[in-house]
Design a binder for this molecule. Structure first.
Ligand SMILES: C[S@@+](CC[C@H](N)C(=O)[O-])C[C@H]1O[C@@H](n2cnc3c(N)ncnc32)[C@H](O)[C@@H]1O
Length: 289
C-alpha cells in the first residue's frame, strides 16, 4: 500500500503525472457516485490511462488539479469524465445464443399470443457503439413476416454520449462486421464509397426501428414500459450487488410476467432479484411475483 498522497503511479512516456492514493480513491468515489461503476484497486492503471488524456486535453499539470476541477465543476466535466471511464467493448451478435433465442422463441411466442395490442417494445440499456441494437434490429427484420402489422420500437440507451453518436451514425469499419454473415452484410449494410470506402453503413430499414438516447442507469429513466424484451448485457458486471438489486427492482417494474431479460455472459440475478426465473443461459423471464 502506498502512503496517502505519495506519488504512486506513473506510466512510461507519461511520467510527468503522478496519481496518489488519495486522488485515486476520490476518483473512484466520484465514478461510483455518477455511474454506479465500482472500480477495484486493480483498475488503477486503467483509470490512469483513461484520465491522463483528459489532463492533457485540459492542459492540466497534475491529477490534483483534475480532482479539484471535478470537485468544483462536475457539471461541465461530467460527460467527458464518464465517457473516459466507461468500457465499451461490444460486437455484432456478441453471445449469439441470445439472438437465436429471440428469433426462435421470444418473437414467435409474442406473435402466437397476439394480445390484440400488436406492439413490441424492446430496450437495449447499455447499447455502447450500436452493434447490439443493430443485431437485435436485424433479427426483428428477419422476423418481419411473423410480425407483419406489428408496431415495433427498440430503444437503445447508454451513459456514454460518444459511443451513442457512433451508434446513431450507423457507420462501421469493415473489420467490425466480421461476426456478421455475408448474407446479412449484403442485406442490411451498404458499402461506402469515396472517403468511406472501407466502411459500411446500416440500411435505413434497421435504423428506423431504433431510437438512440443517452440514459444513465443510476438516474431516473425517462422511458415508458412495459418492455417485452430488455437487453441488459455486460454492464451490471461493473456495479456492486446493492446497485444491481436496486436496478433490477426498477427493471422488473417495467416488465410484465412472461417478458424477457437478457444479461451478459458473466452476470446473474442470483441473490439479486427474485422477480425473474432463469430459463436459459443468462436468459430470464419475469415471473408473477
Ligand atoms: C462493455 S459495454 C457492453 C455493451 C453491450 N451491452 C454488449 O454486451 O456488447 C458496457 C456499456 O455500459 C455502459 N454503461 C456503464 N455504466 C452505465 C450507466 N450507469 N448507465 C448506462 N450505461 C452505462 C458503458 O458506457 C458501455 O457502453
Amino acid at each position: 500500500m502506498n502512503a496517502p498522497n505519495a506519488p504512486s503511479i506513473a506510466v512510461a512516456g507519461t511520467s510527468d503525472y503522478a496519481l496518489t492514493d488519495a486522488q485515486f480513491n476520490r476518483i473512484r468515489e466520484l465514478v461510483r457516485e455518477h455511474t454506479g461503476i465500482a472500480l477495484s484497486e486493480a483498475k488503477r492503471q486503467l483509470v490512469y490511462g483513461r484520465l491522463v488524456r483528459r489532463l492533457r486535453a485540459l492542459k492540466l499539470e497534475s491529477f490534483g488539479e483534475y480532482v479539484a476541477l471535478l470537485e468544483r465543476d462536475m457539471e461541465s466535466e461530467l460527460e467527458e469524465f464518464t465517457n473516459a471511464i466507461t468500457t465499451n467493448l461490444t460486437s455484432f451478435f456478441r453471445e449469439p445464443h441470445h439472438f437465436e433465442y429471440l428469433a426462435s422463441d421470444v418473437l414467435p411466442r409474442i406473435a402466437a399470443a397476439d394480445t390484440g395490442a400488436r406492439r413490441i417494445r424492446l430496450w437495449c440499456c447499455a447499447a455502447s457503439t450500436g452493434e447490439e441494437p443493430y443485431s437485435i434490429a436485424i433479427v426483428l427484420r428477419e422476423s418481419q413476416q411473423l410480425l407483419h402489422g406489428y408496431d415495433i420500437k427498440l430503444l437503445a440507451t447508454d451513459l456514454d454520449s460518444a459511443v451513442l453518436a457512433t451508434g446513431s451514425s450507423g457507420v462501421y469499419d469493415a473489420e467490425r462486421l466480421k461476426t456478421v454473415s455475408g448474407a446479412r452484410v449484403a442485406k442490411f449494410f451498404q458499402k461506402g464509397s469515396g472517403a468511406l470506402i472501407d466502411r459500411f453503413r446500416v440500411q435505413d430499414e434497421l435504423r428506423k426501428l431504433i431510437t438512440f438516447k443517452q440514459l444513465n442507469l443510476m438516474h431516473d429513466w425517462p422511458v415508458r414500459g412495459p418492455f417485452d424484451v430488455i437487453f441488459c448485457r455486460n454492464v451490471v458486471i461493473y456495479f456492486d450487488k446493492e446497485t444491481q438489486r436496486a436496478l433490477f427492482a426498477r427493471m422488473a417494474a417495467l416488465q410484465r410476467p412472461g417478458d424477457i431479460l437478457f444479461l451478459g455472459h458473466s452476470e446473474s440475478l442470483y441473490r439479486v432479484s427474485d422477480k425473474y426465473d432463469l430459463i436459459g443461459k443468462t436468459i430470464y423471464r419475469r415471473n408473477a411475483s
